[in-house]
Design a protein around this ligand. Structure first.
Ligand code: AMP
Ligand code: ZN
Length: 116
């Protein structure tokens, strides 16, 4: 995926502040953090979004969630965190490569959504 921002990060063609990687996933700091801790965890293999996953993606999805607690604790959010997966137009997904946001820090992140 030549024109995919996160594939370019995986390929090392765009720098990122990496905090973890294995053969299937990569985690790095969000460039525009919304909270003191704001990490992104992505599959190294291009998956567009949660709307396009299939059964073959189940292991990598599990791995993306399974690292969240450890990464949050290591990066300064040991007492909990929030995982967000924005999906598609309604979910306000801006980068079309599946990613989990891990947000947290010393203070609670606040209500889940503002009620409309
Ligand atoms: P989303 O709206 O869920 O697609 O979120 C995309 C996220 O990617 C945003 O929080 C951006 O700040 C973040 N982002 C965009 N470009 C980069 C980059 N080069 N390195 C790290 N994070 C990025
Ligand atoms: Zn990609």
């Amino acid at each position: 995926m030549e024109d995919c921002l996160f594939c370019r990060i995986v390929a090392g063609r765009i720098p990122a502040r990496k905090v973890f990687e294995d053969d299937e996933i990569l985690a790095f700091h969000d460039i525009n953090p919304a909270r003191p801790v704001h990490l992104l965890v992505i599959p190294k293999r291009h998956i567009t979004s949660l709307a396009t996953v299939d059964d073959a993606d189940i292991p990598v999805l599990g791995r993306m969630l399974a690292v969240a607690n450890r990464l949050a604790a290591e990066q300064g959010s040991p007492d909990g965190f929030r995982v967000i997966i924005n999906t598609g137009r309604i979910g306000h997904q801006e980068v079309q490569h599946l990613h989990t946001h891990i947000v947290g820090g010393p203070d609670p992140v606040g209500p889940m959504l503002k009620r409309v």
